[in-house]
Design a protein around this ligand. Structure first.
Ligand code: ZN
Ligand code: ZN
Length: 319
């Protein structure tokens, strides 16, 4: 059966987004499963996400939101979807988050939710439920197993449908890249958990993978091999992982703001706790050394054409 036929059988539409907003998985109501969206994108794109999701639901709104994890690119549309329902006199969608994030999301503890560490934006939403490994989630036409997927994020979850062996992977498996392993950036272990999650995915042996970013793909074996090779290189040389993460997170920030004065980008890099931790890990402790490192980072991104500088004062994404 083709990938699109499997998705149709499961009652799912995958709305592929980009690297600032994660993909949305949209399932209309079916039997015990309410109309549901898994992962809602970044707050900067929330109006676009709302329009795409509404279109996928035939003009309606979801009754339930589920997040694979609470990074700002996966749950940034939650608030606007809740507000849209209330503005139309409907109950706000029930919003279910991974159990490990539940307390922090309920009290909106930005320090524990990563938004303070990363300096990223996410609109506050309300939480009605928690999902944990071992739960079964009715979604679309099927019942999905909930699995823990620590590594990239210690509290992340994946959803697996055993009849068709379809995996909603979040950021635990992408087709040809490996997501940043955030705990390692703050001197907490993450490589071993990432390896264990890749081993778990190999055991589940998915036939179809819906990743958090990029297109749906079928060759999980090749993706696992690529992820393991990348993970091996990073765990042999953790500084390489930290350098990669610094570049990726600086680009993420630029995707959030689109353009800003170079001085503002450097100030962001200088004040943001995760960048302070990464600079220290790379041996640039103290503010003068950190600022020199940040200038070098911005210069390198410009030299590689990943960002554009206008007369030296502003930085922006390339057209
Ligand atoms: Zn993501
Ligand atoms: Zn993530």
């Amino acid at each position: 059966m083709s990938a699109s036929a499997v998705l149709a059988d499961l009652g799912l539409q995958v709305l592929e987004r980009d690297w600032l907003s994660a993909n949305h998985i949209v399932a209309p109501a079916c039997g015990p499963a309410p109309a549901t969206v898994v992962d809602t994108g970044h707050v900067r794109h929330a109006d676009m996400s709302l329009a795409l999701i509404r279109h996928a639901l035939g003009g309606g709104l979801p009754a339930r939101l589920v997040n694979t994890h609470l990074h700002s690119d996966h749950c940034g549309g939650n608030a606007v979807l809740q507000q849209a329902a209330q503005a139309e006199g409907q109950p706000a969608p029930q919003t279910w988050v991974p159990a490990g994030h539940h307390a922090a999301a309920t009290t909106w503890d930005e320090a524990r939710l990563s938004y303070r560490a990363t300096g990223q934006a996410c609109a506050r939403f309300t939480v009605q439920g928690a999902l944990a490994a071992g739960d079964v989630l009715p979604l679309g036409t099927a019942r999905w197993q909930v699995w823990a997927a620590p590594g990239h994020d210690p509290d992340a979850l994946m959803l697996f449908e055993p009849q068709t062996r379809t995996l909603i992977a979040g950021d635990a498996l992408w087709q040809d890249r490996l997501a940043i392993i955030f705990p390692e950036l703050e001197d907490r272990p993450g490589f071993a958990a990432t390896r264990a999650t890749l081993d778990l995915i190999a055991t589940l042996s998915p036939r179809l993978v819906i990743p958090g970013h990029g297109p749906v793909f079928e060759d999980a074996g090749a993706a696992l091999a690529a992820s393991r090779a990348r993970l091996d290189a990073f765990s042999r040389d953790p500084a390489r992982h930290t350098q990669h993460a610094a570049r990726a997170l600086a680009m993420y920030h630029l995707m959030e703001v689109r353009a800003e004065p170079r001085a503002e980008l450097l100030a962001y890099l200088d004040r943001t706790p995760l960048f302070i931790a990464m600079a220290a890990q790379l041996g640039h402790a103290g503010s003068a050394a950190r600022q020199a490192w940040a200038r070098g980072l911005v210069q390198a991104l410009g030299d590689q054409g990943l960002l554009r500088t206008d007369g030296g004062d502003w930085v922006r994404l390339p057209d």
